[in-house]
Design a protein around this ligand. Structure first.
Ligand SMILES: [Zn+2]
Length: 189
């Protein structure tokens, strides 16, 4: 189809940076243009609802729950124009090939995820996704200690409750995690 170009657009940042809200806005924008969209999220992310993408402020959007990135391709139809993926940090590395395949078929891909884990280290496939993206939005939150711009997420120690510090994935919200600027993050670590 002439003029049909695919592209990969990554929304990243720490927790509470409104990544999911931004993803929902982009899908809404596509919906207004009457584009056919479909959205996905990994199985692990069941904070609010099993088959919906729900932002921290409660906005919802239908989503197909997948265990592995390669499952996405089975849901793509000839007329799919937009694919949205949330919480991509929890997906396997195959997601990189999957989004390249989608873009090569002329699909606009919006993909959101945490760029660093609670240790401040690159999280899952996000660094690779940033490398192959045509466009990247790095969103920030506000540090709850000093009010500076926050780019890191800290896991609150009182809630670790015997959980091994090696455990990267503990699903939770404000009761488990808080946004921090780099300085406050490094002081706490
Ligand atoms: Zn701070």
């Amino acid at each position: 189809m002439p003029g049909k170009k695919g592209s990969i657009w990554v929304l990243c940042g720490c927790m509470f940076a409104q990544k999911t809200s931004r993803l929902q806005d982009l899908v809404r924008r596509a919906e207004i243009a009457r584009l056919n969209w479909i959205s996905f999220k990994p199985f692990i992310e069941q904070r609010y609802s099993p088959d919906r993408i729900v932002s921290h402020d409660g906005r919802q959007m239908n989503a197909i729950v997948i265990q592995r990135a390669e499952e996405i391709l089975a849901y793509i139809r000839e007329d799919t124009q937009v694919v949205a993926i949330d919480e991509a940090q929890f997906l396997n590395d195959e997601i990189i090939n999957v989004v390249i395949t989608l873009a090569s078929r002329g699909i606009q891909v919006y993909i959101a995820g945490l760029d660093t884990d609670f240790r401040g280290l690159p999280f899952g496939p996000i660094p690779g996704l940033l490398a192959i993206a045509q466009r990247v939005e790095k969103l920030t939150a506000i540090c709850t200690l000093c009010g500076e711009e926050a780019t890191r997420t800290i896991r609150l120690p009182q809630n670790e409750g015997g959980v091994n510090d090696e455990e990267t994935i503990i699903v939770g919200g404000k009761e488990v995690y808080e946004p921090r600027c780099l300085e406050c993050f490094l002081k706490a670590r």
